[in-house]
Write a protein that binds this ligand. Structure first.
Ligand code: SAM
Length: 235
């Protein structure tokens, strides 16, 4: 009988954001495939867990998959964790999960934090239809993608780095017009912050400061009407 591959969500900042089941599974498995072994070791130390860690990240994943599958097929169980949040969401995971399914290895999710869900629910924008784009292309196809997204009627969510945020906001103002947006920063951490308002005004705020940390941008869909859309709210 093969062992199970558990897909375990871990905190996106606050170490307390981990489920009881995630802790149980991390403790019980034979080994943990971790995108960043140092970050995961900190989490495991915090909770007194001593399971074996195996490095598994975007550049070694193809090379690591056969060995991991072999261990699972021999009956060992494994957890897959990313540096933060849910594995497979703008993080490695898909290839291993696909390969496990093809070999008949049971795959079981242990749900928990993911930055885009936390950002979109706190954005105050409609959540009945969400377009999660992950990271925008850096160069090729970027403008085309932004133009496509500008047509979307669902709430749009993108991951962004602090180094590119000004450029991205400038492009949003140019392509989307003065669309209502929410910049969610450092979610669940000490300096958690939301800047809400028309894109041009959020851009101005961001230009006045040196924005750091992790960012999710939530953009209103093309048909969104806001009653207070012309105000910037900071929190
Ligand atoms: N797997 C992760 C998840 O489930 O959300 C996403 C990993 S992706 C490599 C990292 C990006 O997620 C960051 O650049 C940022 O856009 C977003 N992110 C992760 N943690 C965040 C946080 N605490 N606050 C805001 N954004 C965050």
């Amino acid at each position: 009988m093969p062992g199970t591959l558990y897909i375990v969500s871990t905190p996106i900042g606050n170490l307390k954001d981990i489920t009881l089941r995630a802790l149980e599974v991390l403790k019980a498995v034979d080994f943990i495939c971790a995108e960043d072994t140092r970050t995961t070791a900190r989490l495991l130390n915090h909770y007194g867990i001593r399971s074996q860690l195996v490095s598994f990240y975007s550049h070694n994943q193809r090379h690591r998959i056969p060995g991991i599958l072999q261990r699972l097929e021999s009956g060992e169980s494994a957890a897959l964790v990313s540096e933060a949040g849910t594995p497979g969401i703008s993080d490695p995971g898909y290839l291993l999960i696909r390969a496990a399914i093809e070999r008949g290895i049971p795959v079981s999710p242990i749900p928990g934090p993911t930055a885009f869900v936390a950002a979109v629910v706190a954005s105050g924008l409609p959540t009945h239809r969400i377009v999660f784009e992950g990271f925008l292309p850096k160069k090729k196809g970027r403008q085309k993608k932004l133009r496509q997204l500008a047509e979307e009627t669902g709430t749009i969510v993108v991951y962004e780095s602090p180094h590119r945020i000004v450029k991205t906001l400038e492009e949003i103002v140019n392509i989307f017009g003065n669309r209502y947006i929410v910049l969610a920063r450092e979610l669940t951490k000490v300096y958690e912050e939301f800047i809400r308002g028309p894109a041009a005004e959020v851009l101005e705020k961001v230009q006045q400061r040196n924005i750091k940390g992790e960012i999710v941008l939530v953009i209103a869909g093309a048909d969104f009407q806001s009653e207070s859309g012309n105000q910037v709210h900071e929190q």
